[in-house]
Write a protein that binds this ligand. Structure first.
Ligand code: 16G
Length: 249
């Protein structure tokens, strides 16, 4: 079915169906889910949708704005509105202390990283405290955009004592692989997960609209000796990740 035919108002737009922009939004959602409007295809211009549906341009704009906020449609400057590729969701079990690379490999996805920062820096007072360091100590810091199957998934900022990771430049792909080699792979960890709205720069890097839902995860990992090995703050795309915890009596 062509998009024009699909949007003709007979059959879906009615007096008793609630606000008209909501009815149009739902119609467009149905079109996206059923494949009439496939990923990366362009949406007809507002003016044309208004003509086909006999709705005002203000109503059409309102429906489209909601779909942009939901992340189903993307507006590209100068070239109109496009249907976004549906996001693959990934589940992470909260039972095992695994690395990002391992989590993705177990789902058959390849991992890539874009380096945002990597080096040795002066520890902040908070890091001195949590990592059990002396004032003025230096730490290894790595900050990466992590992608799986070509899709941005998380922004991850890890801080480690130099005793644990003397040379952050050694980390090319997996941090936990390097720690394993050095005999410093953490054996347990505490994670705090909270809901956030992604700020402009974070949202840009993760390729979602500004203010989109995200998960902030702070992981403190420990060596068998009880020494803190790693302090990591990760921002995951809310539409791409499910964390699953197993509960027992
Ligand atoms: C996971 C960990 C992160 C760790 C990273 C190592 C969470 C929330 N965080 O993303 O703390 O630094 O794995 O991954 O799961 P890598 O070995 O692939 O670099």
């Amino acid at each position: 079915m062509s998009v024009v035919e699909f949007l003709k108002p007979e059959g879906w737009l009615g007096e008793n169906g609630g606000p008209r922009y909501v009815q149009l939004r739902q119609r467009l959602e149905t079109g996206i889910k059923s494949g009439v409007l496939p990923p990366n295809s362009s949406l007809p211009p507002e003016r044309e949708i208004a003509e086909i549906t006999d709705l005002s341009r203000v109503t059409v704009r309102k429906a489209i704005q909601e779909l942009v906020r939901e992340g189903l449609i993307e507006q590209r400057q100068g070239s109109g509105s496009f249907i976004r590729e549906a996001t693959k969701r990934v589940e992470q079990s909260l039972r095992h202390l695994t690395s990002f690379t391992e989590d993705m490999a177990s789902r058959g996805l390849d991992t890539t990283s874009q380096w945002l920062e990597r080096g040795v820096f002066l520890a902040t007072p908070a890091e001195v405290k949590v990592l059990g360091l002396l004032d003025g100590a230096e730490v290894a810091r790595i900050y990466r955009l992590r992608e799986a199957g070509g899709q941005p998934m998380a922004l991850e900022r890890a801080t480690l004592p130099l005793e644990i990771l003397p040379n952050p430049l050694e980390v090319k792909t997996s941090l936990y692989d390097v720690l394993d080699r050095l005999g410093h792979r953490p054996v347990n960890a505490v994670q705090k997960i909270s809901a956030i709205n992604l700020k402009t720069r974070e949202a840009d890097l993760l390729d979602v609209p500004e203010g989109a839902a995200g998960l902030s995860i702070e992981r403190t990992s420990y060596l068998a000796s009880g020494r803190v090995a790693e302090l990591t703050r990760s921002l995951y795309r809310g539409d791409a990740y499910d964390f699953v915890a197993e509960l027992r009596l």
